[in-house]
Ligand binder design. Structure first.
Ligand code: C2E
Ligand code: CA
Ligand code: CA
Ligand code: CA
Length: 279
């Protein structure tokens, strides 16, 4: 038993032991993963719902573990956050995404915007804006071709810090969007103070658009809220033609989801970009 405080004893069971060991093993491996070049980015295209064409993509990190194979972010981002490893991993993600976006522009794929996810730990780094500026400069990507996604809950966690940090990022010319919108508790009065370009409707609302009138109402409301604040709105997790039609007819600007494409390795992205949705 381990003493956790006065009169508080926590007893370990074999199952807890196993979990603790797996965690330790994963943590050790995670520390080496950057050095060993085990991360890669997959890209999920984002499609403009007026033209049916791909206008950008979200970069999503994957960990190619030597024995476990491909590890999804849900299994290691939390650990990376807790250990602080998310800071160097996140910096790698930004650089790699910018380099790729520039390479695709140079290859003639057009001015695609790449979106990256930012974690809480990265967001409080004092040199965040400076390091993003230098990443952009090093690879020669125009700032407006990079989009930073911040979750609604991350922003609302410390809204005063968020506004300051976001203004610094916006001043670089990068685009900012609110990820998982609708799942946090935004005070609408803050929304107008944030220097953002877009809201991303969380996939939990999109999933049941066709069967749950409440979700349909929420999605329609977010779209009109975004537009009345002169923001773009993009829906995530679009899997069916019915969902797509609902979004299109309600004036949603863009979509991302398996209906068009799953996140794909960079090598497959070029073929996906050539496709488009018949609107
Ligand atoms: P997210 O930012 O909300 O990303 C969207 C997730 O939904 C991705 O999962 C994507 O593969 C998945 N998705 C896309 N379209 C569909 C669809 O039509 N249906 C369904 N069911 N799912 C869809 P993924 O790649 O496993 O990433 C999970 C989460 O991990 C992300 O959620 C994000 O919070 C985090 N993450 C991923 N990459 C990074 C990163 O580079 N940095 C940080 N800090 N977090 C990351
Ligand atoms: Ca995201
Ligand atoms: Ca999301
Ligand atoms: Ca999410």
């Amino acid at each position: 038993a381990k003493e956790t405080g006065r009169n508080n004893y926590q007893f370990y069971t074999p199952a807890m032991n196993e979990r603790a060991l797996e965690r330790l093993r994963l943590e050790g491996d995670l520390r080496l993963a950057l050095e060993h070049d085990q991360f890669e980015l997959h890209y999920q295209p984002q499609v403009d719902l007026r033209t049916g064409r791909v206008t950008g993509m979200e970069a999503l990190v994957r960990w190619q573990h030597p024995t476990f194979g491909m590890v999804a972010p849900a299994r290691f981002i939390g650990l990376a956050e807790e250990t602080g490893l998310i800071v160097p991993i996140g910096a790698w993600v930004i650089c790699a995404a910018c380099i790729q976006a520039k390479a695709w522009q140079d290859a003639g794929l057009g001015e695609l915007r790449v979106a990256v996810n930012l974690s809480a730990r990265q967001f409080v780094q004092k040199d965040l804006a400076a390091s993003i500026a230098s990443a952009l400069q090093q690879c020669g990507l125009a700032p407006h071709c990079l989009e930073i996604e911040l979750t609604e809950s991350l922003i609302m966690d410390d809204v005063e810090h968020a506004i300051g940090a976001m203004r610094e990022l916006a001043a670089l010319g990068v685009h900012l969007s609110v990820d998982d919108f609708g799942t946090g508790y935004s005070s609408l009065s803050y929304l107008k103070r944030l220097p953002i370009h877009a809201l991303k409707i969380d996939q939990s609302f999109v999933r049941d658009i066709g069967s749950d009138p409440d979700d349909a109402a929420i999605v329609a409301t977010i779209i009109s809220l975004a537009h009345s604040l002169r923001l773009q709105v993009i829906a995530e997790g679009v899997e069916t033609a019915e969902q797509l039609e609902f979004l299109r007819s309600h004036g949603c600007d863009a979509m991302q989801g398996y209906y068009f494409s799953k996140p794909v390795p960079a090598g497959e992205f070029e073929t996906v970009v050539g496709n488009n949705i018949q609107i």
